[in-house]
Ligand binder design. Structure first.
Ligand SMILES: CSCC[C@H](NC=O)C(=O)N[C@@H](C)C(=O)N[C@@H](CO)C(=O)O
Ligand code: FE2
Length: 269
């Protein structure tokens, strides 16, 4: 995995590179070929209701930092499916940049590739910490493996684009989601080094999808009512599957789904 070295170089030099360089990385084949159709130039009106922005400048509390226990995992990791409450739980900041963290990121790449993913967040493998991995090419040994720890969004573009998104926690479900075309982010790499980077196109899409997971936001939270209706039966089937497997009532139901009032759209977070 080349992520740490790559990220460090990337963070220092990206601002000096022409903006086309990152998209060029992703003009390679993807497992489905679907990703070639990534739209980058929509002038569609804003569609989705949105919410859950991180609070900026709030004092950091001890309980917001992940403990050793919070970072404990067993390999191989398994993908957690909707409506498991772990997907809505608070994700803690990471302040131990040790071998365990590196192993966790490696295991996340393993399960991401095995399940045909292009990105994965820690809560999706049952670990409620602020860690994501992605490789928009989705093939081991191709593209770039990116690990982001404690990412924050500094700026969203005004321009938004639509994309038919899928989520590993909602197997087989795809639907249109509108998101800003580009984002400026601050994050730490696997060794804890801080950096800033601008992402656009597919990398920006995958980043935002995973960043939402770190905020407890799921892709259907950002769908229009019409789009949501088109996948309602599939969401209900997942809720039924969860109830059958756990013997518990589904912690959320699309039938009684209410968008959160804190909806704030994309903005500074
Ligand atoms: C477009 S952002 C999707 C990120 C997502 N990560 C975690 O849930 C993800 O990897 N979803 C997969 C279903 C996905 O998009 N896979 C690709 C490659 O197979 C696809 O085109 O379906
Ligand atoms: Fe997802």
């Amino acid at each position: 995995m080349a992520s740490a070295t790559w990220l460090h170089t990337f963070s220092l030099s990206y601002a000096l590179r022409p903006p086309s360089i990152l998209p060029a990385i992703f003009h390679r084949s993807s497992p489905s070929g679907r990703l070639f159709s990534y739209l980058s130039g929509s002038s569609l009106p804003p569609l989705g209701p949105v919410h859950a922005q991180a609070k900026r400048g709030s004092a950091m509390k001890d309980e917001d930092v992940a403990s050793r226990d919070n970072l404990r995992f067993e390999a191989p990791l398994k993908i957690v499916e909707y409506p498991d409450p772990v997907l809505r739980a608070k994700n803690k900041r990471i302040d131990s940049f040790d071998d365990n963290l590196k192993k966790l990121a490696d295991e996340m790449f393993d399960v991401m590739y095995k399940t045909d993913g292009i990105g994965l967040s820690a809560p999706q493998v049952g670990i409620n910490v602020r860690l994501m991995v992605f490789n928009p090419v989705g093939e081991r040994g191709e593209g770039e493996e990116i690990v982001l720890v404690n990412p924050r969004v500094n700026k969203y573009s005004k321009k938004v684009v639509l994309f038919n998104e899928g989520c590993l926690s909602f197997p087989g479900i795809y639907a249109d989601v509108e998101r800003p075309e580009s984002v400026k982010i601050d994050a730490q790499d696997i060794k804890g080094a801080r950096f800033s980077v601008n992402l656009s196109g597919l990398p920006a899409r995958v980043f935002q999808h995973e960043y939402d997971h770190l905020q407890g936001v799921l892709f259907f939270d950002r769908m229009t009512d019409e789009v949501l209706e088109s996948i309602r039966a599939e969401l209900q089937a997942l809720e039924k599957k969860y109830e059958g497997r756990t013997g518990l009532a589904s912690p959320e139901r699309i039938e009684t789904y209410k968008r959160k009032k804190v909806a704030a759209g994309f903005g500074k977070s």
